[in-house]
Design a protein around this ligand. Structure first.
Ligand code: NAP
Length: 399
């Protein structure tokens, strides 16, 4: 019988064998990738006696056409009620009053972690020599930083007013005709993100957590992010984790928590990727790093993502690419990003075996060079298949 996922008092998800999970098909190529992803996820779940009771909810163009709203209240209510959901890509409405539907969903549900695992799949064409050395999980802060949208445009009365206030109150002289943005980084916001990264690393037997920051320049925002992170290690995880400074880089059997300046991080994830495992980052740094790393493993088209609030239990998993409107309805594109987001969701629900089966089957499909157009054009001797065929081929290879 279909049942709701709930959260118990100790903060763990209670997942029935037939959970009700809301999904947004997504605009553009959503009509192609959602059925493909669903086919594989359902087949993998069934093999382990599980069944997802999918519940369609609307957002984006389909919602606007049917209800006149880009993001109906019913959709948010469903995500609230059923805790965990998944979505395809959504068009950002132009002049619709909402800057981005994706950002709106994250903000309304306070999904403070953007979870982006990055790893290589055998056979995926990559621009580097050893993509297999990349196996990282990025925890990107999702609610603060320059993404807070606190900006004034150059030359406007607001900018002039802010500039003169900053001059009068702080003696700060800002160049005339500047746009000005505010970068808030809070103690609570930083700590809950880093706490989630450390807890994840411990749960999954990861070796280290690296806090990526630009604290040498931005001392009271990025530098504070680092300092608050080390406080979390000492105050909350002392028996299981240790900071670099407290162990001289020798953590014994504890989880090592260290930090790295953002610019050097971009060099070292290329030159010494094996030294990075879980990475906790502020919003903008995490945004850049997620896509740079996805490119490093050739996986920009198949990178999965999840937006999670570990305190309330809410999570929305999503394809990380856009709606690719020129391919919409052609049964052509790669469903990998949405499918692997579903895998990430299964892992989050504790469905480790169906998740591992999908990964194994997808890996062997790609290793057999049975791929969609985006990989086929980069591989020698590949067999190009349609979006739906790629999904069928994965199902055929499920263990
Ligand atoms: P995009 O939709 O990601 O597409 C850019 C290019 O990426 C495509 O032309 C295609 O490259 C490749 N691509 C994307 N998805 C693919 C897939 N599943 N398989 C294979 N290749 C794929 O970016 P965009 O054109 O900048 O954005 C279009 C719309 O999407 C905008 O309205 C934007 O606001 C929205 N968007 C939504 C999200 C979201 O919902 N999370 C994220 C980003 C953008 P080739 O043509 O080279 O093959």
């Amino acid at each position: 019988m279909p049942e709701k996922i709930t959260m118990s008092a100790d903060g763990t998800l209670q997942v029935p064998d037939e959970p009700i999970i809301p999904f947004i098909e997504g605009d553009g190529i959503g009509v192609d990738i959602w059925p493909a992803a669903k086919l594989v996820l359902d087949a993998a779940a069934e093999k382990h006696g599980k069944h997802v009771a999918w519940k369609e909810v609307l957002a984006g163009e389909k919602a606007f056409a049917e209800t006149g709203s880009w993001l109906p209240d019913d959709t948010i209510d469903a995500f609230r009620e059923y805790l965990i959901g998944i979505k395809g890509p959504l068009t950002t409405p132009v002049g619709g009053g909402i800057r981005s539907l994706n950002v709106a969903i994250r903000q309304i549900l306070d999904l403070y972690v953007c979870l982006r695992p990055v790893r290589w799949f055998t056979g995926v064409p990559s621009p580097v020599k050893h993509p297999e050395k990349v196996d990282m999980v990025i925890f990107r802060e999702n609610t603060e930083d320059v993404y807070a949208g606190l900006e004034v445009e150059a030359g406007t009365p607001e900018a002039v007013r802010l500039s003169s206030f900053l001059h009068d109150a702080f003696g700060w002289d800002i160049h005339e005709n500047s746009g000005i943005g505010i970068k808030p980084i809070s103690e609570d916001g930083s700590k809950r993100l880093i706490r989630a990264a450390i807890a994840y690393a411990l749960r999954h037997g990861r070796r280290s957590v690296t806090m990526m920051h630009k604290g040498n320049i931005q001392k009271f925002t990025e530098g504070a992010f680092r300092a608050w992170g080390y406080e979390v290690v000492r105050d909350e995880f002392a028996s299981q984790a240790v900071s670099w400074d407290d162990c001289a880089g020798k953590p014994g059997d504890k989880l090592l928590v260290k930090d790295a300046i953002a610019d050097i991080t971009f060099q070292q994830v290329l030159t010494r990727p094996e030294e990075f495992d879980v990475v906790a980052a502020t919003n903008l740094n995490g945004d850049y790093l997620s896509d740079a790393l996805a490119a490093q493993v050739g996986g920009i088209g198949i990178a999965p993502g999840g937006n999670i609030n570990y305190v309330t239990g809410h999570g929305v998993f999503e394809a990380t690419h856009g709606t690719a409107p020129k391919y919409a309805g052609q049964d052509k594109v790669n469903p990998g990003s949405l499918l692997l987001s579903g895998v990430l969701m299964f892992e989050h629900l504790g469905w480790a075996q169906p998740a591992a089966d999908v990964i194994a089957a997808m890996e062997s499909t790609i290793a057999d060079k049975v791929v969609t157009y985006d990989f086929a054009r980069l591989m020698d001797g590949a067999k190009e298949v349609r979006c739906s065929e790629f999904a069928e081929q994965i199902v055929a290879r499920l263990p």
